[in-house]
Design a protein around this ligand. Sequence first.
Ligand code: ZN
Length: 525
Amino acid sequence: MTRSHVYLTTTIPYVNARPHLGHALEFVQADVLARHYRRRGNLVRFQTGTDDNSLKNVLAAQAAGVRVQDFVDANAAAFVALAGPLSLSVDDVIRTSGDPRHRAGVERLWQACADAGDLYRKFYEGLYCVGCEAFYAASELDGGRCPEHGVRPQLVAEENWFFRLSRYEGRLRDEITAGRLRIEPAGRRNEVVGFIAGGLADFSVSRSTARAHGWGIPVPGDPGQVIYVWWDALGNYVTALGYGTDEANLHRWWTGAGRRIHVLGKGVLRFHAVYWPAILASAGLPPPTEILVHDYLTVEGRKISKSAGPLVDPAALAADYGTDALRWWLLRDVPRIGDTDFTRERLVSRVNDELVNGIGNLVNRVLAMVGRYRGGLVPAGYGPAPGADALADARRRAPALTDAALAVGDFRQATAAVWAVATEANRYISQTEPWRLAAAERNGDRRAGQHLDAALSGLVGTCRDLAGQLEPFLPDAAARIAQRCGTPGGRVQGQRVQGQRVQGQRVQGQEPIFARLRPSQPGRP
Ligand SMILES: [Zn+2]
């Protein structure tokens, strides 16, 4: 059965430089979805890769005076290595240079579109931005400059292969308006629908081998031309699954899969929401089911650039502040719509407010009270405690709220549902004042003792719940909380505390779940 299969991808970054914080945002978003759907019982394949065949890589390697393959190998290794510091649960990485699955698949994709009559040669003259690897119409430029890169595009005139995009106008519009291809957020869907309504022109899908500096995959049967890098890069989503090399696997994760989800940045929306589904349609393959688009990060008020160095290096930030802290900032401080400015101060205050004072403090308080009042054994077998209705509500509602938010790629909303549970639990402790129940119990009030048992039992249950619900967002912290709080149904022990017999499961640990961060002196928690 493949309907429960979820195939989830990030875009494959150019490896003309080392990874920056913007890449981390996309990786962490996709990782949260992968972990979330696994928890919901889906079979998930979380796919990433690197775009090695870009002309940008060639130019950057030449500027650095390094062989192209050595240059892309070194940068690609830095991207792959991010899985550690970001705690990414990646299942597979495809590199478009050298991976035997890729070239065979791209050639097959080309052939399938050629067989459909959708590829033809045409003389072409256009304005080309190397940064975007794309042609621009004069009307799309910003004062004659590329809207993404702010540089003047070069005039390119040559005979290239073209893809008959115009043929797929109606079909693309139908797929999007019928929701077979869902684009989130809605503003981005409207942008795509508007672009299609403006009329789709055929686009160039190859360039001369000379202009490509001989780098990339040659057009089958036309060695003077190299397949345009976007075609090549988009192809990774199916070549990684075995398109052209492993039909059974392709069926499992693409043709027969229930969901095919691409996570991407706003700058590459048109390639993914227009060109890619059209190429797939031409090749007789179904479109992605969902496209989740994120906006950009700036750092200290500036666009992220290579010269920003360690300030935007996700591995360095994770080393300074910890993986949980960096992930929490990316998920909690970045709204669904709009660019977000990263500063160390914002990360530190978000983490101290919510992880240290909120969730961490909750778990530590609860475990300390279980230690103090019940010798570290969680009272077992108690029903809902008096006054815990609001907390019970927050716990009950959180999973559905998280599901709904993640379905539209709203990570801030999703974490808000989990955060609400911690807030309610802390409020419940302030209202219940377990220390007063403990004092009354010591003075012989048995009902207070039963109330305390029920409260502690419910609070440990809440912390276990939080560990589960946090897992997609903060896998490392979730594991620490779960380890301290034990699992429901664990071994029940008995002991005497202050002359009374206590029975329950053991919980442990005094160490804080999260260490408080200081902005001026970054320290590993
Ligand atoms: Zn550009």
